[in-house]
Design a protein around this ligand. Structure first.
Ligand SMILES: *[C@@H]1O[C@H](CO)[C@@H](O)[C@H](O)[C@H]1NC(C)=O
Ligand SMILES: *[C@@H]1O[C@H](CO)[C@@H](O)[C@H](O)[C@H]1NC(C)=O
Ligand SMILES: *[C@@H]1O[C@H](CO)[C@@H](O)[C@H](O)[C@H]1NC(C)=O
Ligand SMILES: *[C@@H]1O[C@H](CO)[C@@H](O)[C@H](O)[C@H]1NC(C)=O
Ligand SMILES: *[C@@H]1O[C@H](CO)[C@@H](O)[C@H](O)[C@H]1NC(C)=O
Length: 176
C-alpha cells in the first residue's frame, strides 16, 4: 500500500518535472542561428547615433548614448558572401555608467527563408565585453507567435578602428 502510494507520488513528481522541462502541449521548439552585422563605418552604415549624454565624464563607457540600427542578419559570418535572412531593427543604449553595458531593444525581422515575414522581439542587457551575453526573446509574430526564449550572443569579428562588428546570435525559442 505504502509503496504504491509513494510510487504514485514519484510518478506525479516526474510528470511535473517533465512538464516544466519541455514545451507546453502544442508548442514548438525552435533553435536558430543568425549573424548580426553592426556596420558603423562607411557609406552603407546601418547604425545612427541619435543622442548622447551632455557631460563628457562618461566617455569611457559611452553612458547615455542612443543608437538606432537597421543591421543585416545573415546565415553565415561573412556579410559579403552570406545570405541575407533579415534585419535587426531597433536600438541600443549605453546603459552602463562604469562598464560597457548595452540595453538592446530590437526586432529581428526576417525577409527570406522559412521565417520570411515573421519577427522576434529581443529586449535585454548586453555587457558587450563578455564572451557570451544572454538576452531574453520576449515575443514574436508570424510563425513565432507567443514566442518566449533566449539568445546567446558571441562577438565573432570586431574592428576596433571602425567599431564594425559581427556577432553570432544563437536563439532558442518556444512558440505556437
Ligand atoms: C553600398 O551599397 C550599395 C547599394 O547596395 C552598393 O552598390 C555599394 O557597393 C555599397 N558600398 C560598400 C562600400 O559596401
Ligand atoms: C567628472 O568626474 C569627476 C570625478 O568623479 C568629478 O570630480 C567631476 O565633477 C565630474 N565632472 C562633471 C562635468 O560631471
Ligand atoms: C568576407 O569574404 C570576402 C570575400 O571572400 C573577403 O574579402 C572578406 O575578407 C571576408 N570578410 C571577413 C570579415 O572575413
Ligand atoms: C518574403 O515575403 C515577402 C512578402 O510576403 C515577399 O514579397 C518576398 O518575395 C519573400 N521573399 C522571399 C525570398 O521569399
Ligand atoms: C579595420 O578598419 C580599418 C579602416 O577601414 C582598416 O584599415 C583595417 O584593415 C580594418 N581591420 C581589420 C582587422 O579588419
Amino acid at each position: 500500500m505504502a509503496s504504491s502510494a509513494s510510487s504514485c507520488v514519484l510518478a506525479a513528481v516526474l510528470l511535473v518535472l517533465a512538464a516544466t522541462a519541455s514545451p507546453a502541449a502544442g508548442q514548438k521548439e525552435t533553435r536558430l542561428r543568425v549573424f548580426w552585422h553592426d556596420v558603423v563605418s562607411g557609406p552603407n552604415s546601418t547604425v545612427a547615433q541619435v543622442a548622447q549624454a551632455p557631460t563628457s565624464n562618461t566617455s569611457s563607457t559611452g553612458f547615455g548614448t542612443v543608437l538606432v540600427i537597421d543591421d543585416p542578419l545573415t546565415d553565415g559570418p561573412n556579410l559579403t558572401t552570406s545570405r541575407l535572412v533579415g534585419r535587426a531593427q531597433g536600438m541600443y543604449v549605453a546603459a552602463g555608467k562604469d562598464t560597457l553595458s548595452l540595453m538592446m531593444a530590437m526586432n529581428f525581422v526576417f525577409v527570406d527563408g522559412d521565417y520570411n515575414g515573421s519577427s522576434l522581439a529581443i529586449f535585454g542587457p548586453n555587457p558587450a565585453e563578455r564572451a557570451v551575453r544572454e538576452m531574453p526573446v520576449v515575443g514574436g509574430t508570424g510563425v513565432f507567435r507567443f514566442a518566449r526564449g533566449y539568445c546567446q550572443a558571441r562577438t565573432r569579428w570586431f574592428n576596433a578602428t571602425t567599431g564594425d562588428a559581427t556577432v553570432e546570435y544563437k536563439i532558442h525559442l518556444r512558440h505556437d
